[in-house]
Design a binder for this molecule. Structure first.
Ligand code: LMR
Length: 407
């Protein structure tokens, strides 16, 4: 091999902390195996279904579509309008009414999934604030630090949770806000924190947003689970708190989870500028960044979302479907806590204070390996469990297995 070959000086890259585990699960030949690793919703039968509203929207799109022409760099205007309304809906208002500041100060960019939106947000920090560092509360979605480092930015870590992994570590958070330089960015999870399920209260969001604005830090909200916590509007309390301060914010949202459009890769970046002109200027740089990364986004997922949200009947149906997914996840969470107690694993009732798909069971690497080897149960580091992957038949089996590795 020549000294200049790409492969000349390398060893294998590590496997992805989440999708690497899914690969191990796929390779497992045992018939009764449990994938509680990747954050995907499964029904009682272990299937990740296509939502009925999505099926109906797709059949409408199929009969009405006439072209596969490129979209603008910023994406599909109909999807962007729909995504903007979903994010910034006025509390108590009719569909279509959005916070007035949002209509003036927000520019939207259509991205391949929430990951594309986070990547674009980080790229904007690197382009517009050279030398800035990006702060993340640990533990966080492991891809956050991977994305920051691939943009050649320094990731600064602070604690998000207390040592017992049960609640928000407010003092570590406010210390980090005080330590960050003006112009640094800080990533927050808009709702349903991944992997801990530990979210600030609406009052805490207001205080966090005010401190962030006061210190001149750029907040990046990763908002991948809207509707899976308490409700579509309730979950946007974080966003409303930042909007109210007047500071600039980047909001990465995803349609993967709440529309179950995982493989369509559809999301958006909302750019909230200090004013309309600032948002337009930032968006012009975002379009430059997009042109060099994916040029313009894939169309189909955005067409599904705008078809659903643009039709009052389909939209109401979809809101019911999101509500049903949320209620089922909450039910599985409660049933798991009860089953863990019955199995003698201990008191996990603190999990009932958490939101969304995930929580940490606090398991060691050895315990996770035993769960995989002895019970064919796949979880992510620290025992991140996907509550949305449980079912009434799986819950007692998983609880017994966890009890046995904790014993
Ligand atoms: C997860 O955290 O499991 C999901 O968000 C899937 C992903 O992209 O990592």
């Amino acid at each position: 091999m020549s000294e200049g070959a790409l492969s000349a000086r390398i060893s294998d890259a590590p496997s992805d902390p989440i999708f690497g585990i899914v690969e191990l699960f796929r390779a497992d030949q045992r018939p009764d195996k449990f994938n509680l690793a990747a954050g995907v919703y499964m029904d009682e039968q272990g299937i990740t279904p296509i939502l009925p509203s999505v099926r109906e929207a797709e059949s409408r799109i199929l009969s009405a579509s006439t072209t596969k022409l490129y979209m603008p760099i910023s994406g599909d205007p109909a999807y962007l309008a729909a995504a903007k309304t979903l994010l910034f809906r006025t509390v108590g208002g009719a569909w279509g009414e959005i916070e007035s500041a949002a209509s003036e100060r927000v520019q939207m960019i259509h991205t391949p999934g929430g990951t594309g939106a986070v990547r674009l947000a980080v790229d904007l920090v690197s382009r517009l604030r050279p030398g800035a560092e990006i702060w993340v509360g640990e533990p966080t979605w492991p891809n956050h630090t991977q994305i920051i480092e691939s943009a050649r930015i320094t990731a600064r870590r602070h604690d998000w949770i207390t040592d017992d992994a049960r609640s928000l570590n407010t003092s570590a958070l406010f210390d980090a806000i005080a330590a960050a330089k003006g112009g640094d960015a800080m990533i927050f999870h808009g709702a349903c924190h991944n992997p801990t399920g530990i979210d600030p209260t609406p009052e805490q969001w207001i205080e966090i947003a005010q401190q962030i604005a006061h210190r001149g830090i750029v907040p990046i909200l990763d908002f991948a689970y809207q509707g899976f916590g308490e409700g579509l509007i309730e979950d946007a309390a974080s966003l409303r708190a930042f909007l109210a301060t007047g500071c600039e914010v980047l909001v990465a949202s995803s349609s993967s989870k709440n529309f179950a459009l995982y493989n369509e890769r559809v999301g958006s970046l909302a750019i909230i500028g200090a004013d309309g002109a600032a948002a337009a200027a930032i968006a012009s740089h975002a379009r430059m960044a997009v042109r060099t990364m994916w040029s313009n986004p894939p169309a189909h997922g955005g067409a599904i979302v705008s078809t659903i949200l643009g039709d009052a009947t389909l939209r109401a149906q979809w809101e019911g479907e999101v509500g049903a997914m949320r209620t089922r996840i909450q039910g599985s969470r409660a049933a798991l806590v009860a089953a863990l107690a019955t199995a003698g694993a201990g008191d996990f009732s603190y999990l009932l204070n958490h939101y969304g798909m995930f929580s940490l069971l606090g398991l060691t690497d050895d315990q996770l390996t035993r769960l995989r080897d002895e019970h064919a149960i796949y979880l992510v580091s620290r025992g991140r469990i996907n509550m949305a992957g449980l079912s009434t038949t799986k819950i007692p089996i998983v609880a017994k297995a966890v009890a046995s590795v904790l014993a």
